[in-house]
Write a protein that binds this ligand. Structure first.
Ligand code: SF4
Length: 178
């Protein structure tokens, strides 16, 4: 049985207040997300992105193995031509700390889908075997074929589409807990 108050206090203590509980079995997984990774995303081929991730069908099955999870929304006013990488790194470190604390509180299956493609190293070799920080690298929801817009909307979370620059950007992380 999950002590939601305890989990929430871990997350809030780490500085995140914008989150909602979800049933991971309802995460929307779609083939179009994978196609957009392959065609159109400059990060395709990075160490935690396709083709270094499970197939779309395997991702869908993976989410069915969890009964509890959280969507965490991150908000930042930023210029898309000058991505706030220091902020992103800080957020990733905080999310990894949360994952670790939840693990230590007894949830061995806890897994973080990070708010961004893994960019912990400047010279990522682009494959899992040669990853330089295997203990901390985590995939993004998109790299696991999650339709982030639909999944977040179903959970009552709106994500802004960036039409002006600079403007507020939203990033989504998913924590699977069991
Ligand atoms: S930890 Fe470094 S080497 Fe590994 S996937 Fe991330 S950026 Fe690439």
């Amino acid at each position: 049985m999950i002590d939601k108050n305890n989990i929430e206090s871990i997350i809030i203590h780490q500085g995140f207040r914008d989150f909602v509980w979800i049933d991971p079995r309802e995460i929307v997984v779609a083939h179009w997300v994978r196609v957009k990774c392959i065609f159109g995303c400059k990060d395709y081929g990075l160490g935690t992105c396709p083709p270094n991730t499970p197939s779309v069908n395997e991702c869908a099955l993976f989410f069915k193995e969890y009964k509890s999870g959280l969507i965490i929304r991150l908000n930042k006013f930023a210029d898309k031509n000058d991505y706030p990488s220091e902020w992103s790194e800080e957020m990733t470190n905080s999310l990894l700390d949360i994952e670790r604390k939840i693990f230590l509180s007894g949830f061995q299956k806890v897994f973080l889908l990070n708010q961004t493609c893994c960019s912990l190293c400047k010279d990522c070799p682009g494959n899992r075997l040669d990853c330089k920080d295997k203990g901390r690298s985590r995939p993004s929801p998109e790299s696991f074929a999650v339709d982030v817009y639909k999944t977040a909307k179903n959970a009552g979370i709106e994500i802004s589409v960036v039409s002006e620059n600079p403007s507020e950007i939203n990033r989504i992380a998913i924590l699977l807990i069991e």
